[in-house]
Design a protein around this ligand. Structure first.
Ligand SMILES: Nc1ncnc2c1ncn2[C@@H]1O[C@H](COP(=O)(O)OP(=O)(O)OP(=O)(O)O)[C@@H](O)[C@H]1O
Length: 269
């Protein structure tokens, strides 16, 4: 099967420094790939290369076999949606208007009832329907993040008219959210994957990564230091070498995934 996205040996360097070096990965439909790594490891840079926001200085990226550089913007907008790390918006748009920006992902205009239905569904899915008339800049950080997630969901729904093979990119999607909404966002990502999308998410929470990832990629200093299913990748040694802290993987009876705890708390109930 042709992966939705394939990167071969990609790197990104400035005149002064190499930020990413020789990363290869595939994003297959139905799978959630989670990227972990310390601050400055190159996670967001990798995402920005994969979505076409930056051009790699080495290697190549293809969407369903088509080189990324050959895809016109409107086609790319239907194929992939991106939730950036922080989405500041200076204009006093309402929440409804921000989510409606996602309709641009359709590749051709979506209007009338079809557009309204997509916006309404996205508002509901991100639990921001009650905020629809509010001015976006007046929302809390977590509320703004959920509205941006709704915009992304709206873009995917609009793009699906032309493009069923879609990729969702999430850069720290749960960092400012309360527990209920962290789980809601990742459950939505899981549902979209079950429906055939490929999901690429950057997370800092090792336990959420273990719970939701089909594949983990661990970056350190711009290099890939591990790649595989969580149960293989998340070892005490890898975590100590990557994050410089002593952690312990602890099996929880009846839990589907092991939990990662600081070693000092290994014996906690
Ligand atoms: N255009 C640039 N010029 C120079 N350095 C850059 C540029 N973009 C990113 N960097 C540096 O590259 C490194 C990787 O940045 P990146 O944002 O990809 O890290 P990250 O793993 O996403 O970090 P975080 O967890 O803090 O979000 C950092 O040291 C950053 O300062």
């Amino acid at each position: 099967m042709i992966p939705l996205v394939e990167a071969r040996g990609i790197g990104f360097a400035t005149r002064r420094t190499t930020i990413l070096d020789d990363i290869s990965l595939v994003l297959p439909p139905g799978r959630i790939t989670v990227v972990l790594g310390p601050n400055g490891a190159g996670k967001s840079t990798l995402l920005r290369l994969l979505v076409g926001e930056l051009a790699p200085t080495s290697g190549s990226i293809a969407y369903s076999g088509v080189p990324l550089r050959d895809l016109p913007h409107w086609q790319l907008a239907a194929k992939r949606a991106v939730l950036p790390q922080s989405g500041t918006l200076a204009f006093p748009f309402t929440v409804y208007e921000v989510v409606a920006l996602g309709l641009d992902g359709a590749g051709s205009p979506v209007a009338g009832r079809s557009a309204q239905a997509r916006i309404a569904t996205a508002l509901e899915q991100a639990d921001v329907a009650h905020l629809a008339e509010r001015q976006f800049p007046t929302l809390s950080g977590g509320e703004q993040q959920r509205v941006q997630f709704a915009r992304v969901l709206c873009q995917l729904a609009a793009g699906r008219i032309h493009e069923p093979r879609q990729v969702l990119f999430l850069d720290e999607p749960v960092s400012g959210l309360d527990l209920e909404h962290q789980i809601a966002v990742l459950e939505t990502a899981r549902r979209l994957a079950t429906e055939g999308a490929a999901v690429f998410a950057i997370l800092h929470d090792l336990n959420l990564a273990a719970a939701y990832a089909d594949e983990l990629i661990v970056l350190k200093s711009g290099r890939q230091v591990a790649h595989g299913p969580p149960a293989e990748v998340l070892t005490d040694r890898l975590l100590a070498e990557t994050f410089g802290v002593r952690l312990a993987i602890r099996a929880i009876p009846a839990a589907p995934m092991p939990f990662v705890l600081p070693q000092a708390r290994q014996s906690a109930p």
